[in-house]
Design a binder for this molecule. Structure first.
Ligand code: GAF
Length: 354
């Protein structure tokens, strides 16, 4: 079903935003640190029109689910992200009337590729267009992040919304999440990215280990007497912390250092080494990987043509990103076969198939 079939009229506007894959800098954004994502070709599209009654109605083509909102009662599921964006705009003083909104997406859900940020940014772009709102791309990202925190319960950083709002698929967005200063950087020479779904999906919000990791980082920063872990650059400075805070803090510090090194413009070989080290740190110090993902990453890392590979996104399952030699995408078939022999079913997400 499309907008017209669901709402009986044509939409006034359409807007879209991409998912992202993070190449380096995991779990650093809520520590005021550095990240290096790029946009992926998969996008979320929203179509919006004015509601004919006093309620807003949101329809997801992917889920074939319609949610109606009366008053300011918060919904759950996909509608919470849209509702959150609209509520935050209303609270900022913008007059947003009841709406009909239809969403469809090619960004896979629960794989660490920012399906929720793509929905937030697409929604906010649509509302900016429809109501001529004086908001820039950074402000859109900030509102999207708040929608996620306040209405979806994930105490996230700002990487995903900034990447969805500002990144493109041809370059990396080097972002300082404290100052929001950013630089568009080329991929290492002679490389492209490969993203593979591990087949193990996650749900990050609310009760997952994600919010717990963030709380552990904040506790570590407090014991280290700094505003955020970004303010520590020497991993030895955390030796006195109790476990697991020591390992959590060590991951964040070494991960920030890896992003800063990569952003200097290193060779493909060195970039790959930094990705491999990032995976080990996520697995051993931050404990956000799972066996299936470790298996896929190990296969990727020993495949000729792959410079480096790691878990990407929030973790606890999801997708793996690899930096590979340009033109070598065919290696993915063999990688999937090996992964299959190990008992899992993977799927190539980037480059997009067909
Ligand atoms: C999720 C969050 F939404 C981001 O803010 C970031 O913390 C990421 O996990 C981990 O790097 O995608």
């Amino acid at each position: 079903m499309n907008f017209q079939q669901i709402f009986g009229s044509l939409p006034e506007i359409e807007a879209s935003a991409p998912g992202r894959v993070n190449l380096l800098g995991e779990h650093t954004d809520y520590n005021d640190g550095f990240v290096l994502p790029t946009a992926i070709p998969q996008r979320t599209t929203v179509q919006i029109g004015l509601s004919r009654d006093r309620d807003s109605h949101f329809y997801s083509e992917n889920l074939d689910e319609k949610v109606s909102i009366s008053g300011d009662h918060p919904p759950s599921s996909f509608a919470s992200y849209i509702f959150g964006c609209i509520e935050l705009l209303i609270k900022s003083g913008y007059a947003i009337p009841p709406l009909n909104l239809c969403v469809k997406s090619t960004v896979p859900i629960g794989l660490g590729l920012s399906s929720s940020a793509a929905l937030e940014v697409a929604t906010l772009r649509g509302l900016r267009l429809l109501f001529n709102l004086p908001l820039n791309d950074v402000e859109l990202a900030q509102i999207g992040q708040q929608a996620e925190i306040q209405y979806a319960g994930l105490n996230c950083g700002i990487m995903d919304q900034m990447a969805s709002s500002l990144a493109d698929t041809n370059s990396m967005l080097f972002l300082d999440t404290r100052t929001l200063q950013r630089q568009v950087l080329p991929f290492p020479e002679g490389t492209e990215i490969l993203v593979i779904d591990s087949g193990v999906h996650h749900a990050l919000a609310k009760d997952s280990g994600y919010n717990q990791r963030r709380a552990e980082c904040e506790a570590a920063a407090q014991l280290l007497k700094v505003k955020a872990l970004r303010d520590i650059t020497d991993p030895h400075a955390v030796e006195f912390l109790p476990e697991p805070l020591k390992r959590r803090a060590r991951h964040v510090i070494t991960e920030n250092n890896r992003v800063l090194e990569a952003a200097q413009g290193v060779s493909a070989k060195r970039f790959g080494e930094l990705m491999n080290a990032s995976h080990a740190s996520q697995r051993d110090d931050y404990e956000v990987s799972v066996v299936a993902v470790d298996t896929l990453v190990a296969i990727l890392q020993k495949t000729p043509g792959v410079f480096g590979a790691r878990l990407t996104g929030g973790g606890f399952g999801g997708a793996c990103v690899a930096l590979i030699a340009s033109g070598e995408e065919a290696i993915a078939t063999d990688i999937l076969e090996q992964y299959n022999h190990a008992g899992y079913i993977g799927r190539i997400l980037v480059p997009t198939q067909g």
